[in-house]
Structure formats: C-alpha cells, structure tokens
Design a protein around this ligand. Structure first.
Ligand SMILES: Cc1ncc(COP(=O)(O)O)c(C=O)c1O
Length: 317
C-alpha cells in the first residue's frame, strides 16, 4: 500500500511529495512535528484518530515558539488530516506525521523573515518498543536539552538530535531505550517517551519543569489511573536512584503506547516482570486508544474511508 502526503496545500502520493534541498528546516531543524495514531476499527469500517485536537493544539504551541504562522485552525488541521487518512486507501492502523516548518530555500540561521509551510504524511508504523513483553533501559550519558536551550514542550525537530544521540548510544550498548536526566541530575524522560514509576505504592512521573514533553499518552494515563483505578499521579522531580528501587516503571508515548520497563542499568525493576498496575494501565490504555471505550468518546475523531488519492495533485482551497 503506497503512502500519501499533504504538501504545498495539495494531496498527493508520497512518492511525488518533494521539498528543495535548501529548505531552511532541513539545515537548521526549524520545524515542529506531531505523531498521531489513526486506528482502524474493522467492526465499524472506519478509522479512529486519537486525541487529534490535543496533538494539533500542542503543535500550534510549538509554532508559536518557532514563530511559524500557519493559516489553519485546530479544526481545519483536523479536517485536512481526516481527508488524507480517508483517501489514503489504508485499512489498517496508521501513523500520522504533521510537520510545520520554515520552508524558505535560503541559508542563514534565524527565525524571522522566512516563509512557513505545513505538511502531513500518513504511513504505517512498526512496533516502536516491545510493549507486550517489556523493555530494557539505561540512563543515558547525554543530558536532556533544557527549556533554556531548546524548549522541549514544542516537539521541535532540532531538539531530536538530543534524543537520537541517547537512543543510538543505548541501542549500541544493548538496551532498548535510553532515559535522559536533566542538567541537575533529575529524571526527565525516554528518548521518545515519558516515564512513570510506582514507588511506595504511589504513581509518580517527572513534572513539566524537568524538561519533558507534556505527552498526550502521559495525560491519558494520568486520567485513566484516576478515573478507572482511583490512583492519583504525583508530578514531581524524580531522582535516578528512585528508579532503581521502584516497584514498577513504564514508558508512555504515541509510538510506544504503555511500555513496561523491566530493567534499568542491569538492575531489575521490582520483580523484573511486568508490574500489576502497569498491566492494568496498559490494558485500559489500549482499549481507549483503539476507540473502544464510549466513556472517552471526546478523545475520538472517527473517519470513514473514501476513494484513494490518484496521481495528479488535488489542490485544496
Ligand atoms: C521526547 C518525547 N517524549 C515524550 C513523548 C510522548 O508524547 P505523546 O504521548 O504525546 O506521544 C514523545 C512522543 O511524541 C517524545 O518524542
């Protein structure tokens, strides 16, 4: 199944979606992006886009940080995305990657006096971490980029070099994922996920001031823990050593879902198996994320398939 894109205000097959080699964002990372899941609901023959409005609200925040002006509201961005998914021809879970970027083809580091553009790609996403069986992690030798350097809350492309350095170091050392600490040594997050721990029976996650991305999965898990299990989440700074002595630990993210952490720096977490609360949250999350829990209908954006996009672009107004 070929993939599809929305670029330069047109829908087109991905193979036809090209940008110039001098594009500012390519050279300087001056862009921000989102990752959104559209899950295929075979029972109702439609996609369910999960918390798409929240993803676009976050992206527009990143645009403000980068002084990117898009001519689209959250509603319009959702409509464009829905149309791309509708016409993609897929009948399976897909991953949506919107990108708002400095599009001028010019050399020179700055944010001002540059043109802006917006694209969306729809593609399939292989499992990112082994959420079913759990992952082995390590503390990275790289520190998390600080809000005073590149604001992490913006999902800014350039800041992902920080994540990439940590991820590859972890992988080359035989781990599945890295955990980054802040400059002052507190736990921040994984290279592409937020992190939670259960310590002394309490559910804890690093607070936004520890340079995390304020994850939509993180927020979903906090709400599910409260509403469905009656567990409050404590948002506070977390020491590295608290992870080692925690009863349970897990990552959360759009790509990773809820991924249990079985081991950190060769130390088993709790029993070294998937913890009870983690397993409960994982099950609740998957049901909700797949659009199967009517109680959370506000988070769902249903989209029914239409005729696929053909070659020859389709311009929108
Ligand atoms: C560095 C980082 N932290 C956390 C997250 C989790 O955010 P979300 O749950 O909104 O996908 C992501 C994924 O976007 C990420 O890239």
């Amino acid at each position: 199944m070929p993939d599809y894109a929305f670029l330069h205000k047109q829908f087109m097959p991905l193979s036809e979606a090209k940008i110039g080699v001098l594009t500012h964002a390519l050279h300087y990372g001056t862009a921000c992006f989102e990752g959104i899941r559209a899950n295929w609901d075979s029972e109702h023959d439609r996609f369910c886009l999960f918390r798409i409005q929240d993803h676009y609200k976050r992206m527009l925040g990143g645009c403000r940080l980068l002084r990117i002006n898009l001519p689209y509201s959250v509603d319009k961005l959702c409509q464009l995305t829905a149309e791309l998914v509708e016409r993609s021809g897929h009948r399976e879970d897909v991953y949506i990657r919107p990108l708002a970027y400095k599009s001028s083809e010019t050399v020179g580091v700055r944010l001002h006096k540059l043109e802006d553009d917006f694209l969306i790609v729809v593609t399939t996403l292989p499992p990112y971490l082994d959420s079913e069986n759990g992952v082995r992690s390590c503390i990275s030798s790289w520190r998390r980029v600080d809000d005073t350097m590149i604001p992490p809350r913006g999902k800014i492309c350039g800041s992902y070099v920080n994540s990439a350095l940590a991820k590859t170091e972890a992988w080359e050392n035989g781990f599945d994922e890295a955990i980054l600490l802040t400059q002052d040594g507190h736990v921040s997050e994984g290279s592409g996920e937020n992190i939670f721990l259960i310590l002394g029976g309490k559910l804890i996650t690093p607070s936004p001031s520890d340079n995390i991305i304020i994850g939509i999965t993180r927020d979903t898990v906090i709400k599910l823990a409260k509403n469905e299990l009656g567990i409050d989440t404590i948002e506070r700074s977390v020491d590295r050593s608290e992870l080692y002595v925690a009863e349970e630990c897990f990552f959360t993210g759009t790509a990773a879902n809820v991924a249990p952490i079985l081991e950190i720096d060769h130390r088993p977490i709790g029993t070294g198996k998937i913890g009870k609360t983690t397993a409960k949250l994982q099950k609740l999350f998957v049901e909700v994320m797949l659009g199967r829990n009517p109680k959370y209908a506000d988070w769902y954006y249903p989209v029914s398939p239409k005729a696929p996009i053909q070659s020859g672009h389709n311009r929108i107004s």
